[in-house]
Design a protein around this ligand. Structure first.
Ligand SMILES: [Zn+2]
Length: 65
């Protein structure tokens, strides 16, 4: 069959937990920094299941309003 190249392969990301590159990265949190843009933390599907729904530990606590 023809090899469809309609969907580009997503870039591999390194799991923040097991440090293994995965082709199916799952966003488990976003680290916000005071200066500069934050970065997204990825985990593999296996490790993502162990992450809490709200990864507060990965983000810097924002000042209370
Ligand atoms: Zn992992």
């Amino acid at each position: 069959m023809g090899a469809g190249a309609r969907e580009p392969r997503p870039p591999v990301r390194m799991c923040v937990r097991c440090e293994v590159t995965t082709e199916t990265p799952v966003v488990v949190g976003v680290v916000h920094q005071n200066s500069g843009p934050g970065f997204v933390v990825y985990a593999c599907r296996t490790c993502a299941a162990h992450y809490p729904p709200e990864p507060d530990v990965l983000s810097v606590p924002s000042p209370t309003r």
